[in-house]
Design a protein around this ligand. Sequence first.
Ligand code: SF4
Length: 360
Amino acid sequence: MNASAANALVSNALDKACEGRRLTPEEGEALLVFAPFLELGSAADAARARKHPEGIVTYIIDRNVNYTNVCVSNCTFCAFSRKPGHEESYVLTDEELLAKVRETVELGGTGVLLQGGHNPDLPFSFYEGMLKLLRREFPNVHLHCFSPPEIVFFSALYKMTVSQVISRLKDAGLMSIPGGGAEILSDRVRAEMAPGKATVAQWLGVMEEAHKQGLRTTATMMFGSIEEPRDIIIHLEHLRQLQDRTHGFTAFIPWTYQHGDGLSLPSGRATGVDYLRLLALSRIYLDNFDNVQASWVTQGIKMGQVALHFGANDIGSVMIEENVVAAAGCRNQTNEAELRHVIAEAGFTPRKRRTLYEPA
Ligand code: SF4
């Protein structure tokens, strides 16, 4: 495409974005790559304001609990997992799990995000048992658990359909599903970064089945490695199409790949501007998503604050515990007072929420 054709495409796409009209994939890619930075941000801010005219920015207090780091999946970007039998491998005991959730509640937390590696040595009753235990001991804590690759892994290991796995976990207390493990929903990229885990079709299939069974889920993206702009658009298009069918996603949460020592997946070294461009494009492109979340965990609290003017209406979690990006050396921290302060300083009204975006 020559420069004048690209300029015309961008200009038309920005007009459509400002008027709240749906973008085509070609227009989405043009905005991501060529749109003037501040004009893109402004269009995303307008799209955010159309969905959230009251100027409220939400946050949650919850905890990521990683019940095991044992994993057989060999993702090339993962610094967290350990092979079965490794001296640093672990599986949380019931007492350790209860202690973590008790502390979360004492700190004002309302939910737990439970995720782990693909551990071949645990019975399915382990997962049902964790949910039942937490349901019984903490009936007011929201259980947001098991990303699609874990559910696909359970389905293969325990010889059940995805539908059966979700149904049994739901019966045990599962309340919603986190959108982790999406990375980039493009087969070309996935084959290189996560060849041993859920395919694009499987990731989407789990989400569609969960929505069918009445569970809400989130959607994520980890970018900034080997993907091209067209892969980003393929990912967003998959999400937008599924959301049109089910309306089951509560939020979209993009973050950047954290390249740690020893990881074989190369880093594209996404800059702050790259992050904000992607966030803004997501808000515009995903016109059927209510919530877009800023990632202070990977971007730092100051960039998280700026993200509120590039389409985000939620700043995520105080996150009492996080192990996965921390394993790659990313150790940003915050607390509720700081989150409220940066939201207010950005010109918005802070509001604490629960996992499904209802007021806390
Ligand atoms: S990202 Fe998840 S599935 Fe992949 S190696 Fe790490 S723990 Fe295992």
